[in-house]
Design a protein around this ligand. Sequence first.
Ligand SMILES: Cc1cc2nc3c(=O)[nH]c(=O)nc-3n(C[C@H](O)[C@H](O)[C@H](O)COP(=O)(O)O)c2cc1C
Length: 373
Amino acid sequence: MGAFFGANRFKFGMFGLNCAGGMTLSSAPERWRADWDEIAEVAKMADDAGVEFLLPIAKWHGLGGDADMWGRSFETFTQAAALGAITKNIGLFVTAHVSLLTPAFAAKAITTIDHVTHGRGGINIVCGWNPDEFDMHGVTIDPDLRYAKGLEWFRIYDKLLKGGGEFNWDGEFYKLRGLVTDPLPVQKPGPPVMSAAQSGDGQTFAAQAADILFSSMHSVDQVRDIVQRQQGLAAQYGRSTDVYVETQIVCRPTRKEAEDYAHYYAVEHADQGALDYFRRMKAGTLSKSTREANSVSDKAVLASVKPAERKYPGIFPGMYPLIGSPDDIVAELAKLEAIGVAGSALVFLNYLNEFPYFAQEVLPRMKRIGLRM
Ligand SMILES: Cc1cc2nc3c(=O)[nH]c(=O)nc-3n(C[C@H](O)[C@H](O)[C@H](O)COP(=O)(O)O)c2cc1C
């Protein structure tokens, strides 16, 4: 697990390079276009800067509104293989919609990436939420069964990657014959598993299947709760699961400059139509634990799908905004580390314009306070 889990106390990844708009609900003209040459350039920069991983979004449909965020996107397995060929050390997650891939296909595809990159493949498992994306595949999402089905999918995938000979599977959702895959992955015990989810049900899934829970951050208290719950849940299964969160970085020499820029793109150019569409679709497929408001995080998800005034409507619900000078950003990241968050996938309005300043100013400060080597 070298690429993903090196010595840095706080890990970083780049989130959403493969999709137009990245993860920002903004129609600002300089927003991310997901141009291949720019994706490749940022991937190489992140690799050179020692960032741990690239994490794509699995998307089939845009959010409409003014900018149709995600309307253009690259497929994540094929993209990871291509980026693997032009980078040296960085970990390459794929993001897999479990209901669209058989476990045998995913096992072979991730192993292919792991071999061509000499052990840099990783899988982010997503169980899906937007019915409009799945209609084009003829697949229905059942929010009450998606994690049970996902867990069975994972068990088959995991067994395949462990080797040990051909087997049949006779489960609740899958009945499969002659399962086998060769070669096995380079990484042992296998490519790292991430699960992107925010509900209590999603946490229970991650506790059984994932090395990393990649979650939303609505507030510091909610994430403190997620970290504590996750440790407890994983321990019940004799495992441990790190928690990473998503952060939107607006870093400028002064706090005022950063706040002005965030105001420009996430207030003046906020894509309200896309936000409304997201909330409507998400509200239709809430997990049971969320509908029952079981955990602090479930309550936060429930609140996030209801129309409400937000300071920055262009920043995605669940994306934690870090807006300020390099010192401000480092102080916020240190707070996350102190409550037990192990890493963050980073988002910028335009990765190519903004990542170099982050790399130049924030990464060395993280080193100075001992959070990175
Ligand atoms: C940080 C984060 C990233 C996600 N990334 C994706 C993605 O790339 N594609 C997707 O279809 N769903 C994505 N999801 C949705 C989840 O996979 C999940 O299906 C959805 O959030 C509903 O489950 P939950 O209620 O447990 O969160 C993401 C969720 C979170 C919290």
